[in-house]
Structure formats: C-alpha cells, structure tokens
Design a protein around this ligand. Structure first.
Ligand code: AMP
Length: 187
C-alpha cells in the first residue's frame, strides 16, 4: 500500500491537485477538512465539536482527526493507495500516523509540499469564498488565525519529514497543469 501526503498552507491548491492525482493514480483521497465538514453538515456530535474550532481558525484536537484517519485506513483495505490532504497538521498527528502505519508494516512514502506566500494564501482563500460556501474562508480574522496556526503548528512538520528523507517541495504559484506535472514526477 502506498501512502502520500499533500502538504501546504490553506489555499495552496491541495484540493485541486488531489483531484488530479486521484484521477491519474487512483489513490483514495482523504481530506480531514472534507471529513469534518461532512460531520458538520450531518449535525453530528463530532461535527458540533469540530465547528467550534474551525470557526475560530484553530485546529481540531489531534485525537479526533487521528481517529478519523484510522477509520479511513482500516475500512479501505483494498485501496491502491492513500492520499492524505490537510493531514497531518501537527507533530503529534504525524507521530500517530507513523505508529498507525507501523502496526500495518506500512509507511508514508513521500510528503509533497505545495508552497505559496502568505499574500497568495489570503488572495486564494478570499477567491475560494466566492465559489465554495465556507464560512472560514469569508472572514479576515479566521483567515489570519489559520495562517498563524499553519506557521506555528504545521510548518514544523517540514523538518520532521525532511529528517525522514521524505520531503519534496513544489512552488505553488504557477499553472495548475504545470504544478501537477511536477507532482507527478514524484509519485
Ligand atoms: P481544510 O479544509 O484542510 O483547510 O480544513 C479546514 C479546517 O478543518 C481547519 O482550519 C481546521 O480547523 C480543521 N482541520 C482540518 N484538518 C485538520 C487536521 N488534520 N487537524 C486539525 N484540524 C483540522
């Protein structure tokens, strides 16, 4: 089983690239943001809990997302591979993922990181707010918090995966097709 991580700040284009990667490589796309939004839409207890963090631009607790990821992995044993999008976002989540895959004698193959500037993050998110109806995209304060959360909690994972020799970085400000071509070289 192959496991890839699509990494990068909010608005980097992870969702867009994930769609193309899934079409080409037939991986199972696992976006923790999408899974949480589904829980919110279905008004579950988990959804209510998640919403309280998301509307503040904060991360949902590690144990919540790790549990969702575990469920995705064990309930899809026939998948060709997994593409994690928006997960892991903290060192604790990355360590839990390593432990989880270790139990199966599997491991993360590569972390493909799409990098854009903070200015581009803001422009992209505001643009997305006009297309998708995401409350956390429409509010300047939430966007600022998400950028800060990315730098404080998620960016340290770059060192974590560099040390494992799995980290690949791609400039995310070009054309969608060109970025996809770059990504494909690493699969
Ligand atoms: P995304 O769609 O990936 O931008 O995620 C939207 C929001 O969901 C984030 O701002 C977080 O509040 C929450 N979220 C998504 N993935 C995670 C994760 N791996 N860990 C914690 N919170 C997450």
């Amino acid at each position: 089983m192959r496991y890839f991580i699509l990494f990068g700040p909010p608005g980097a284009g992870k969702g867009t690239q994930a769609k193309l990667m899934v079409e080409k490589f037939e991986f199972r796309h696992v976006s923790t943001g999408d899974l949480l939004r589904r829980e919110i839409k279905n008004e579950t207890e988990l959804g209510k809990l998640a919403q309280s963090y998301i509307v503040d631009g904060q991360l949902v607790p590690d144990e919540v997302v790790v549990k969702m990821i575990k469920h995705e992995i064990v309930s899809n044993p026939d998948a060709k591979g997994f593409l994690f999008d928006g997960f892991p976002r903290t060192t604790e989540q990355a360590e839990s993922l390593d432990a989880l895959l270790g139990e199966l004698d599997h491991q993360v193959e590569k972390v493909i990181s799409i990098i854009i500037s903070d200015e581009t993050i803001k422009e992209r998110i505001k643009h997305r707010a006009t297309i998708e109806n995401r409350k956390d995209d429409a509010d300047e304060k939430i966007i600022e918090n998400r950028i800060k959360t990315y730098h404080d909690k998620t960016e340290p994972l770059i060192t974590f995966y560099k040390e494992q020799g799995k980290y690949v970085e791609i400039a995310g400000e070009g054309l969608i097709e060109e970025i996809f071509e770059e990504i494909s070289k690493h699969i």
